[in-house]
Ligand binder design. Structure first.
Ligand code: PHE
Length: 447
């Protein structure tokens, strides 16, 4: 006997907001702009769009279908659709594992964002020199208790939302935070339109710079599309399993992919406009968000307002992604142990938070601990997002395209397999997506 009735999203828009909330995360804001800048601007954007269309959306559809038609967690779903002890479960096992690992370090970064928003509220940066702003990140990272404190705070917020359940926790908060995130983005775009570097930034993003283009760009674009859509680790199997109406799978996939891409582009416009207005180059990852931007905010009119809005934006983006990661684990635990969901959310979230402590310490006390030249944080990131994620993606896509095959595709599209859209989807999931992801996976090892 199940302890509670399986919940579901109260509306289609609730699912779209939740899935878009998962997809739109730190990756859109601190990784996409840099990657686009580094890999040929407009050309990269074009390749990225193709990757979303040909690889991302097919896997997205496969995941949603597996969830919606099994109504089970990311591991059990394969047993329901295949047979007990099915070998295909491996995708789910990798997925739930990867979700836990990614959440453990994603929350550490979420903690840095909280710290920066806290500092912004108290106008900490405004009185500081460029050098002092740069040192603020080093100082934070060199203080283990502070990094751990914020990491736990971020995880507590994540648990606090997930504990409310699908409808009253995840759906409710995504429906609030996603529109807010859009509003903040629009306000920031409006603000940077008055900066001298706005047009230059726009051109940098949209005009192809062929001298930067290498075959590698295609793989980078595909990897980013994959991570950005939250694919390969069962987030969408889990979210899909709470769908009431599985006839909306295709529509949901396109809507989420479009929202995710628009936000990545908007973030890039904002960041390039600011960076180019001061004649700088877009730096990579943490350096961009936690050093370059705060320095530049300081020099802008309305800096208090801009930096507060920007770090709020990051918090919204990060938390709506972290709740999806925790939900993958919680849905699995709830159905596996059949205990009360609330209890398992707290236990699961706390264990993952503890597991994240070594990542937090890898920036200070344990910064000498390395494997293959990588610190703890980087190792966990590599294992989860460069290995588990693509492996999950290949298995999911092959399971849908070959194992479930034509019947599943027809059920998804509502059209006979002879129809152009169905046949395209079938072969994208059978050949194109798995092959592209496999090449990405191999490339991750040899680069
Ligand atoms: N898509 C999120 C981002 O762009 C990250 C993420 C990956 C979230 C996988 C959930 C699952 O930051």
């Amino acid at each position: 006997m199940d302890l509670q009735k399986r919940p579901s999203w109260s509306s289609q828009i609730g699912l779209v907001m939740a899935a878009a909330g998962s997809a739109i995360g730190l990756g859109n804001i601190w990784k996409f702009p840099y990657l686009a800048g580094d890999n040929g601007g407009g050309f990269f954007v074009l390749i990225y769009l193709l990757c979303v269309l040909l690889v991302g959306i097919p896997v997205f559809i496969s995941e949603l279908f597996i969830g919606a038609s099994s109504k089970k967690n990311a591991i059990k779903a394969f047993e329901v659709l295949d047979k007990p002890k099915s070998k295909w479960q491996i995708a789910g096992i990798f997925g739930v594992g990867a979700a836990a690992i990614i959440l453990s370090y994603y929350s550490v970064i979420g903690g840095w964002v909280l710290d920066y928003e806290f500092k912004s509220i108290f106008n900490f940066f405004s009185t500081k020199t460029d050098k002092e702003v740069t040192e603020a990140l080093d100082n934070l990272l060199a203080t283990p208790w502070l990094v751990i404190f914020w990491h736990f705070a971020f995880m507590a917020m994540t648990i606090g939302i997930v504990i409310g359940g699908i409808e009253k926790g995840i759906e409710k908060w995504n429906k609030r935070l996603m529109p807010l995130l859009f509003i903040v983005l629009l306000v920031l775009i409006f603000r940077v339109m008055f900066e001298p570097g706005f047009l230059k930034g726009l051109a940098f993003l949209l005009v192809p710079n062929m001298s930067r283009v290498t075959p590698n760009c295609v793989l980078v674009a595909c990897g980013q599309a994959f991570f950005s859509l939250s694919l390969g680790l069962g987030v969408l199997i889990t979210y899909g399993s709470y769908m009431k109406d599985s006839s909306k799978i295709i529509r949901t996939s396109f809507e989420v992919a479009i929202l995710d891409t628009i936000v990545a582009l908007m973030a890039a416009v904002i960041i390039f406009a600011i960076v180019f207005s001061f004649g700088m180059n877009p730096d990579k990852g943490p350096g961009l968000v936690f050093v370059t931007l705060p320095i530049l905010f300081n020099k802008m009119f309305g800096s208090y307002f801009i930096s507060n809005l920007f770090f709020l934006l990051l918090i919204f983006a990060a938390i709506t992604s972290s709740i999806s990661l925790l939900e993958v684990v919680v849905t699995f635990l709830t159905e596996y142990f059949n205990w009360e969901r609330k209890k398992l959310t707290i236990i699961g979230g706390t264990l993952i938070a503890l597991f994240g402590v070594p990542s937090a310490l890898s920036f200070n006390l344990w910064n000498k601990v390395t494997l293959f030249g990588m610190g703890i944080f980087d190792i966990l990131d590599f294992i989860s997002s460069s290995i588990f994620l693509p492996v999950g993606g290949v298995v999911i896509s092959v399971f849908y395209g070959w194992k479930l095959g034509k019947k599943a595709v027809e059920a998804t599209t509502g059209k006979p397999i002879a129809h152009f859209f169905s046949i395209t989807l079938l072969w994208l999931t059978r050949i194109v997506a798995p092959l592209a992801i496999l090449i990405m996976l191999i490339h991750n090892f040899i680069k």
